[in-house]
Design a binder for this molecule. Structure first.
Ligand code: NDP
Length: 303
């Protein structure tokens, strides 16, 4: 007779519910800020080329701006634009006093340096949080624009009031956009923080021995289903950042979106778990909007 895996019942962390609540709060804050004489927050987005996914992401951001009372400016360039022309446009927006936040949608064509473009954005308008100044400030625990995915994870943990203080947080993945910043943030002396953090990567010896110690497990590897039920302990909180398209003949599109966590075997052992899709991914726009409002209010870099 097989032993059932299930030992705890879990709460599904609903990224849609959390992101909608945050966007509603931002919209209310905009009204209050303007009533006190504040300006309308204004987000500018630059898109280069005609990548379908980028179009969708930017379109969603612009629509959200409209829905919550922000102004938005969308600047489109053909993929042949030179690096110098793009850098000049960034400079123009840096100098535009009405624009509070600027994002340059990635990926960029190969002839343009992402690093150069990212570093050209004025830190005070870098609502994507990729500028070295914002990354450095975040590392020091100073007010900073935190990039959308790690910020989205903090917001989700906060929304569900998941205790973090004194917990062991294991982060699998050490990329500059997810694994590394979320490891730093979870260890800081903040409301959603104060964890003891272990960060894992491809050279980690005996990964399951470490993931099994996690009270909170954050996985950002891009390896679909790599975390299985036998790699976690009962009651773990699981944040699955992974988004990978895998072929699926049963879907009209021909593919399904998979997370890095094998949901079916891990969920029954979890206390909280994010679905993919429907979890972390939905939080990124809410994070961006919060950053843009903070910029308009000059909460990060005082004027
Ligand atoms: P990267 O490829 O930049 O980094 C992956 C990390 O995972 C690396 O640090 C790598 O280690 C580690 N890794 C890979 N395989 C293993 C393994 N077998 N064991 C342990 N560690 C491993 O990916 P990103 O961080 O950019 O993205 C990760 C996933 O998150 C992707 O699926 C991506 O699509 C998704 N994502 C989702 C977002 C969202 O909004 N939900 C936003 C951003 C990303 P090493 O450094 O040693 O190579």
């Amino acid at each position: 007779m097989s032993t059932p895996l299930s030992t705890t019942s879990y709460t599904l962390i609903d990224g849609k519910k959390a992101s909608e609540a945050i966007k509603e709060k931002v919209a209310a804050d905009v009204v209050a800020f303007k009533a006190q004489g504040g300006k309308t927050p204004h987000l500018a987005a630059i898109i280069v080329g005609s990548d379908g996914a980028s179009e969708t992401y930017v379109g969603n951001k612009v629509r959200t701006c409209e829905a919550i009372g922000f102004k938005s400016t969308l600047v489109r360039f053909p993929s042949e634009i030179s690096e110098a022309e793009l850098l000049q446009k960034v400079e123009d927006i840096n100098n535009d006093p009405d624009i509070d936040g600027l994002i340059v949608q990635l990926p960029l064509p190969a002839h343009i340096s992402v690093e150069k473009v990212t570093s050209k954005i004025k830190p005070e308008k870098d609502v994507d949080g990729f500028h070295p100044v914002n990354i450095g400030r975040m590392n020091k625990g100073l007010p900073a624009f935190i990039s959308a995915t790690p910020y989205g994870i903090l917001l989700l943990l906060d929304f569900y009031n998941i205790p973090t203080k004194g917990k062991h947080c294991v982060v699998v993945g050490r990329s500059h956009i997810v694994g590394s910043p979320i490891s730093i943030l979870m260890a800081q002396d903040t409301k959603v923080g104060n964890c003891t953090v272990t960060i894992c990567h491809r050279h980690t010896a005996d990964l399951p021995a470490i993931t099994k110690q996690a009270d909170i497990l954050i996985v950002a590897t891009g390896r679909p289903g790599m975390i299985t039920g036998d790699m976690v302990k009962d009651g773990v909180v699981v944040i699955d950042v992974g988004i990978t398209r895998v072929a699926d003949a049963t879907k009209k599109s021909g593919f399904a979106i998979k997370g890095d966590v094998d949901f079916d075997s891990v969920a029954p052992k979890s206390s909280y778990i994010t679905p993919v899709p429907g979890g972390v991914g939905l939080m990124t726009i809410a994070s961006l909007m919060k950053n843009t409002l903070s910029s308009a209010k000059k909460e990060i870099f005082s004027s």
